[in-house]
Design a protein. Sequence first.
Length: 437
Amino acid sequence: MSFAELMDTPRLFTALAEWGACLIYIFILHKKLSGIKLGISLAGALAVFGTYQMIAGLFPLYLWIPGMLGAILLMYLFLYLITDISWQDAAFCCVRAFVIAEFTASLHWQIYVWWAMTYQKSNWSFAIVTMLLTYAAVYVIYFILEKEHIPREERMNVNGKELSGTILIAFGAFAISNLSFIMPNTPFSGAASSMLYVRTLVDFGGLVMLFAQQDKREELRMRGENQSMNIVLQRQYDQYRLSIDNIEMLRREFHDLKHYMIAIRSEQDPEKKEQYLSEMEEAILTQEAFNHTGNSVLDVILTTKSTYCMQNHINFTCMADGKLISFMHVKDICSIFGNALDNAIECVSQFDDEEKRLITLSMYQRNQFLMIQCENYTETPLSLKENKLPATTKSDRQYHGYGLKSIQHAARKYGGSMTLHSENNWFTLQILLPMKQ
């Protein structure tokens, strides 16, 4: 038995490695199919992978690279058609899946070849058993490591630079690891006896580089997301501070209402008289909208939103006991109630029919939990998936879409959760928090 006879990894093993690598990302990502349809699709894909590799094995050596590109294309189509991700995200996952497939297939075959050469015998049953064990061990470990880097509540949003970097790393690892197979007489080619070892080692190095890139990408993503959430939170807090000043000013004006009455009676200029009347009306409107919930911060937020709703003919109903959130920090109160009401107001403001401009807010204690619920009428169909926030509908995404994230972050800060529902033209945001004893 010669080493040359064992150098090439069997095509069916390669097909199974590529198919299994794709399964890792299919199990991590949100899928378009489920149940029997998903099972049939996975089985059909395995048959396609196996058939393609058997046909590609008949190609002459100069078509080996196009054959590998075809295998990568199959992996990309498999991921893109089964999972609910963008083409860039699918390409990013495909490249990473290809590298782990190359490493796993190479590692298994190196182990088998070592055994075959040591004991000078070939045993396909042993090859299959070691393949199953090696593939299962590597893919389970990779799945555990990789799922920590892929957000479950949103798209990966891979940009062109990140995708290009991933492709370059994968291409470099693949080219160096396979150079000895197609060009054995180069300064970078390994000796025949070390080809498999070099291939496995280089593929492993490629994986390490891809994980390092993924860690850096996750760090930058989290930093950018935290920055955007802090900007949204600061905006809500700034609105709160501004509202305090405005309300105090209007309170003073309301207190001096009798002086306004005297000024209006004595004023002869119609324009100035109209100005005084408008100011008086605004002061009265604000006083009517003022909320007394037992929490001064919440009072300011609700008064500001109530005044806006009155001015824009939005029917806003609120039942809240502000004393229940006395344990919350002022910025968290601003974040939860400010963002929730801003989203609801923005949604109902698009309706010309004032009867559809409906918003309700309630806050109450249920057993040992605090329930905060904000509802608004909507006619926009929302696809709400489990553990996934809806994407922003605004064209400018830099600081939009973080309102719900900010609410969710504040809820989790106090050991609670946020859930979203959309049914019968009503959108409901619910926050459940354990009560502080």
